[in-house]
Design a protein around this ligand. Structure first.
Ligand code: F6P
Length: 548
């Protein structure tokens, strides 16, 4: 741990001890001004964290971490294009991808990256205009009706999540599909409904070597070539990558390749040409609004003081819950069908970024980092796993997200959705004592002995912390700001935890072993030097293959 942080850390430990015996309902009862003190707003958004198990003293200590960890200095290092991803010797300049031309240069290795960023965006804009205007024709001269993005991880989750989030803004004449999984079921079921003549593939991969994407791309190519011949590839395949040499080797016309740069991490790449399928799905104007929203959040993160800084507050609250209350999980609960993929997207952003074992100096960490993030949109989750959150006896900080205005409106729906969202936060906070439950059962006409028998089952401990984030509406601008909010939350946490959020070495080992096992599974190499379990699994797969 950074030496400057240690004294604050131990005072936070003492603050957590003091608060341990206090129930959230008592904290609310003791202070009428709790909501006002522990909530903040920004551009019509509201962040209510008054239902966290926190008080003003602990909050003030948490905000002390901001300076002690030198967050302002790290923000400058990021903006100045320093190689803050030090294990890969790379900058992390995703903020440049949404930086307006009017706001001056952003330097990387002494060069302004903005001209290249805007040239590539212009290429995306022109391509969208061609496809939407039906000027881009397939090999048989027909316009494109379906786009299939083939990519995985950061080359899939961002545009996929945002395409669903912006369903209300979808282009009427174009369907956009996403294929990520190596399991052939993903590609095969997608292609089953499509015609090669009117289908355009985007092969999206930062490295252009990722096994899943390369296998799916090869199978998609074979599907197209079988129907339309080799010459059709140029009209039906485009690529987004930093590795343009590999793109050319795959047979994609370099004129149809969109570039980005090694200073953009995969899970931070939505704002680059990796957003092409999204721009096609919702139109380039809406994509630009998404970028503008993200930039607005960048400015807020860079300038707002910690107690008003939305990404900063979420980071500090997560640190409080993780490191001082002992939570090892966080439930992300958007009361929005359109934000249904947000938990999955944030799983990569948060857990791939901050699931790290050592600090920036390579020393084992002496504190916990990223909790396990999971979740589902409400109200569906209420009928699945909420039971455990209410009565399962575990500490599960919850993060509710809702919008004041619906993106799709049918009479009666939205008020009920909001009522459920707010009710869950209230129930988790208050709980219901055995005495309250008994009184309620008796008031409902239940016999006293039956009420006494049932009350323990029907009571709730409460004291489950939650945060509620309310947006005015789900539109491209607000979505851009929401995604950038979480990017900066992850960054702020990483600075305080003293870890590098921009590498992902843990993912590499599994990839390496899979490459070693493939020839054995395919029967091209002998299974030597493996543990008995792996040997047994491979033998089983061979026996199963012989039977079929
Ligand atoms: O899962 C590991 C990872 O390297 C992610 O960080 C990345 O987003 C994903 O693979 C896909 O990589 P690429 O865009 O290079 O195909």
């Amino acid at each position: 741990m950074k030496p400057a942080i240690a004294p604050i850390w131990s005072r936070l430990g003492a603050a957590a001890e003091t608060l341990r015996g206090r129930h959230l309902r008592d904290l609310f009862a003791a202070d009428d001004g709790r909501f006002t003190a522990l909530s903040t707003s920004w551009q019509g958004w509201l962040l209510d964290y008054s239902k966290q198990r926190i008080d003003a003293d602990a909050m003030s200590l948490l905000t002390d971490l901001w300076r002690a960890a030198d967050l302002p200095g790290w923000i400058l290092r990021m903006r100045d294009g320093e190689a803050i991803n030090h294990t890969e010797r790379r900058a992390a300049l995703h903020i440049a991808l949404r930086h307006p031309a009017s706001k001056g240069p952003i330097l990387h290795a002494g060069q302004d990256v903005m001209p290249a960023v805007h040239a590539e965006l212009e290429k995306v804009r022109r391509f969208c205009a061609e496809v939407h205007g039906r000027h881009w024709r397939g090999a048989t001269g027909e316009p494109i009706s379906d786009v299939v993005n083939i990519g995985i991880g950061g080359s899939d989750l961002g545009p996929r999540m945002a395409t669903q989030a912006l369903m209300a803004f979808r282009h009427p004449d174009l369907r956009v599909h996403y294929v990520a999984n190596l399991d052939a079921a993903d590609l095969a079921t997608t292609l089953a409904a499509l015609q090669p003549r009117t289908t355009l593939f985007i092969i999206a991969s930062k490295t252009f070597t990722t096994q899943e994407t390369m296998q799916n791309a090869a199978s998609a190519r074979a599907w197209l070539v079988q129907a339309l011949g080799e010459a059709a590839v140029a009209r039906h395949f485009v690529a987004v990558s930093t590795n343009l040499a590999e793109v050319a080797r795959f047979g994609i016309d370099p004129a149809n390749a969109f570039a980005f740069w090694d200073w953009v991490g995969g899970r931070y790449s939505l704002w680059s040409a990796i957003g092409l399928p999204l721009a096609l799905a919702v139109g380039f104007d809406n994509f630009e609004k998404l970028l503008a929203g993200a930039h607005a959040m960048d400015e807020h993160f860079f300038t707002a003081p910690p107690h008003q800084n939305l990404p900063g507050l979420l980071a500090l609250l997560e640190i409080w819950n993780t490191n001082f209350l002992g939570a090892d999980t966080r439930a992300l609960l958007p009361y929005s069908q359109s934000l249904g993929l947000l938990p999955r997207y944030l799983q990569q952003l948060e857990m791939e970024s901050n699931g790290k074992p050592v600090d920036r100096q390579g020393q084992p960490l002496d504190h916990a980092v990223a909790p396990i993030l999971w979740g589902e949109p409400g109200t569906n989750g209420q009928h699945a796993f909420y039971q455990l959150i209410h009565q399962g006896g575990r500490l599960i900080p919850c993060e509710f997200i809702a919008c004041r205005e619906p993106d799709f409106d049918l009479p009666g729906h939205h008020a009920r959705l909001l009522a459920n969202c707010f009710a869950q936060g209230e129930a988790l906070m208050r709980g219901r004592t055995v005495a309250e439950t008994t009184a309620e059962l008796l008031a409902g006409g239940m016999a006293a002995d039956e009420a006494a028998r049932l009350a323990p089952f029907r009571s709730f401990p409460g004291n489950q912390p939650s945060t509620t984030l309310l947006l005015p509406r789900l539109d491209p601008h607000n979505l851009g700001a929401l995604i950038a909010l979480y990017e900066h939350k992850v960054f702020a946490e990483s600075v305080i935890w003293d870890i590098n959020p921009f590498d992902q070495w843990g993912v590499e080992y599994g990839k390496q072993l899979a490459s070693r096992l493939l020839p054995i599974i395919e029967g091209r190499a002998a299974a030597t030097g493996l543990d008995s379990s792996t040997t047994g699994l491979i033998a089983w797969s061979h026996a199963a293959a012989k039977r079929s």
